[in-house]
Design a protein around this ligand. Sequence first.
Ligand code: ADP
Length: 538
Amino acid sequence: MQKKAIVKTPVPKQVAQSSKPKKAKPTPTKKEINPAASNLKILMIASELAPFIKTGGLADACESLAAALVARGHEVRIFIPRYRSLAVGNATFKQVHGPMGVWMGTGPCNWCTVIETQTISGVTVNCIEFNEYFDRSGLYHAENMDDYQDNPARFAFFVRAALQWCIDTGYSPDIVHAHDWQSALATAYLKVWFWNNPTLAKSASVLTIHNAAYQGVYSKGVYPYLGFGKQHFTSTIFEDYDKVNLLKAGIHFADVVNTVSPTHACEIISPYGGFGLAPLLTEKKNAFYGILNGIDESAWDPRSDKHIPHHFSSHDLSGKKKCKEALQEKFGLSKDPHIAILGVVGRFAEQKGYHLLSKILDKVLGTMHIQFVILGTGAPDLEYFYGGLPARYTHRVGSHIGFSNDLAHLITAGADFFIMPSLFEPCGLNQMYSQRYGTLPIVHATGGLEDTVDNYSEAEGTGSGFKLWDMTPDALYYTIGWAISTYYDRPHHMQKLIANAMAKDFSWEESAEKYLALYNVARDNKQRYDSHCAEKLQ
Ligand code: ADP
């Protein structure tokens, strides 16, 4: 097969080498804290949980962290809302409680029901059924992308209902682990409403921030319904430029807070990071950490993946070649086993950097011998741009505007490179999935992308991907060019990089241990807080 020469793309120095000094990263270590306790009762409250309901990485992280904790002998129960689009699959849910009365700060008592199932990994899943709030087409917004304006009321009610179930059934968790703004108020209800409740008074709270850019900021009209007093409507707790900020309040009341990578933890406590939360997170001092997510290796393993047509491993990549062929067929690309394929999967959100990619893609396609495949949904202008590409680049570009787990797996397996030009990325899963499948990531060196991808060294042939530090069109263009020139001009290095990427450990082993260490920090902090309060009462 004749190879078309690519235009050589020189690599500017700042693209190829990290210029940023290394910062100390806030990760709980065994040295800093007590050994982890055994047989913890962990109550998680989350707005998404794979495989039942997922719009992003939060769902995956909750599923696999919970499974990893159960595998270590702990008891994990997760509450999620019973959305209309909940994918029940083979699971059998049974009603375990209800009608259950839930009082909020204002209004009458609302009655909901609690249903329950067990996952194969032994995690108990409870859903709060309350149609007025959750029987809707979307999770957080309507089809026109407008947020449901009653989101704070919906998710405050959901959190209150999960805690009410604990009270009604006498279930005393050691840890209440809340995720993101949707469940952040759990920490506030524990400290303000239930500080002396016999069932919940001893529970320590953990808040994981999966994405600090989403804080649940809404009109303060909802504040009385949430049920907190004027004394809490201050700039360090709920108030945010005269609006209500749920994540901020959650941080304030949590016994411990973490985000999902050590580098992102540094980024969001830096003076310009944190989306306004830096001062509050800095205040948390010894109660703020960064713990990298792992991946669900049972779902994302090229040796056994149910969603791909051919399996492969680092010892035998023949299945990957066949997946590449299947990818080309699926997206109507010309069948060329030698051409480099660049893949993208992700939410079309400002954060992901696809606007920047759209600015240089014509130049990339005009100068490099590549095929390009993209799967995503979100911002209408990006859906229009990427959705229109196949018509402009017949047999060279494929796109699917929508959400498809099957296609996500096929792209991850069949592409040669995976582009993630995120402006910021708290952890990111796709770069880990792609490395596992020998698909080299091209990433902006931020957050979890910085922590999980080793930059290619042309001198030594080491690394597992390609990083850029400057978020400019040129830096992205040249970094893609660098990857493509490696593909064609240094195939021996490509082989090494693929082997390095596939050998990386992205399991939950280490991260689950760090969460257990974090839970211990939370329990210590809670004990200190309780003793402090007890002293004041004397
Ligand atoms: P975020 O949570 O910010 O969206 P992550 O990289 O942490 O980003 O996780 C995204 C998850 O959602 C990955 O599992 C990814 O494969 C999946 N995903 C995102 N968009 C799509 C899509 N359009 N179709 C299928 N899966 C998608």
